[in-house]
Design a protein around this ligand. Sequence first.
Ligand SMILES: Cc1cc2nc3c(=O)[nH]c(=O)nc-3n(C[C@H](O)[C@H](O)[C@H](O)COP(=O)(O)OP(=O)(O)OC[C@H]3O[C@@H](n4cnc5c(N)ncnc54)[C@H](O)[C@@H]3O)c2cc1C
Length: 434
Amino acid sequence: MQPAEQPARSIWESTSPPRKPAPALTEPAKSDIVVIGGGLTGLSAALHLARGGHQVTLLEGRTIGYGGSGRNNGQVIPILSAAEPDRIEREYGAVGERFVHLLKNSANTLFNLIRSENIDCEANQTGWFQPAHTAAHMRLSQSRVTAWTRRGAPATLLDRDQARELIGSPRWFGGMFNPTGGHINPLMFTRGLADVCEKAGVTIHENTPVQDVGRACQNWLVKTPKATIVAGAVLLATNAYTGALATRLAPKIRRSFVPITSWQMATEPLTDEQNASILPTNPAISDTRGDLHFFRKDAESRLITGSALMFKTNAHARLRKRIAKRLADTFPQLPDARFSHIWCGYVGITTDFFPRFHELGPNYIGFTGYNGRGLALTIPLGIELAKALTGTGQDDLAIPLTAPRQIPFHAIGKRVAPLALAKFRYRDKRPPRL
Ligand SMILES: Cc1cc2nc3c(=O)[nH]c(=O)nc-3n(C[C@H](O)[C@H](O)[C@H](O)COP(=O)(O)OP(=O)(O)OC[C@H]3O[C@@H](n4cnc5c(N)ncnc54)[C@H](O)[C@@H]3O)c2cc1C
């Protein structure tokens, strides 16, 4: 069982303006469509559906942005972590080509939404850089640049000097730069998108955990602690938090991915001198390691970074020590980083590192599996889910609709999954397999 609550306060909660709370559902209700989950995927789908003329109710178990959407590092990244475009197209044919096209444009899609809806969220489309952590990994960067430029993405290969200049550190060997990426304050964005949804007519209820979804005649009964809502169609947008707030909800989806804890940390604000030399043009960085090194700056010039851990014991103290050392190795100008905030969230990992749309019944769809790279994708995939729910056929979607594939021995898999980090660390020391 996952722990239901993740209480530590993120930097985003400390720095984002509050949103007017939406009331919990207390009376029986009806809605054309119910969206379960108030993260970016659910909100993007809800907005698209409401603007398409549907009556939409969104139910969030805690508060808007409680899940990955409000807790992430805020890096807007237009590629997946491990599924390469060639493989996606090979395995999924025309559907795969549509997905790759959508992925290629995903960062622009998100930033364009921010601009068109005027969402105040500390958005910086200053580029995303994936530096190579060994000389051998430059081959991986080169192959990614080739794959993406062949598909029209503005990806370029930077050499070692350019990488040093961009990051303000000599630790990397060059890498792939994509100017459409960047970073945002993810909680501000999620709250802002919820406001846009409400203006478009979406009814939002917070503190309304859905306990179960059942069938009655041609409708769905969406059960919450105080009231049931009758819906013609349901979108389950609980992603990596499926099962975290209600164990009976969609057990087949819950067993189709493994939730991994990702730790995030914010340093105290950098000094002016450090700020000028560390990430001077303010890009977002996540490197080629499996045990990722990643960081970006926030609006108050803190470094926002983090790590995965194999064991949770004494996590905060271990993270403070380990990441302070990592930052000192990376940036000699930051020899003794101190952290004001440490928090964590769940990332949903699928067996092939590819997101999935699941058919759970007539007009009932769920999804999982951004595999830690969901921020940019939530917006276009939310729209794809809205389309799938309102009759767009399999042939016109960017992800096939499939039945959930349950991971064998899921309970054991969940326990041992963090140990895969040892494998990533071992692989990080070896040349990449291309
Ligand atoms: C720590 C962390 C760092 C990350 N960093 C990045 C990054 O820098 N860049 C990037 O691209 N991706 C990143 N990701 C991934 C990205 O944040 C997610 O893929 C994305 O936010 C998923 O959005 P979502 O709407 O699908 O799910 P979520 O935002 O997780 O939303 C699911 C919602 O469902 C709600 N819910 C659950 N159960 C119920 C229920 N029974 N009833 C009602 N509501 C329920 C939850 O409370 C939650 O609000 C990160 C993820 C984490 C956790």
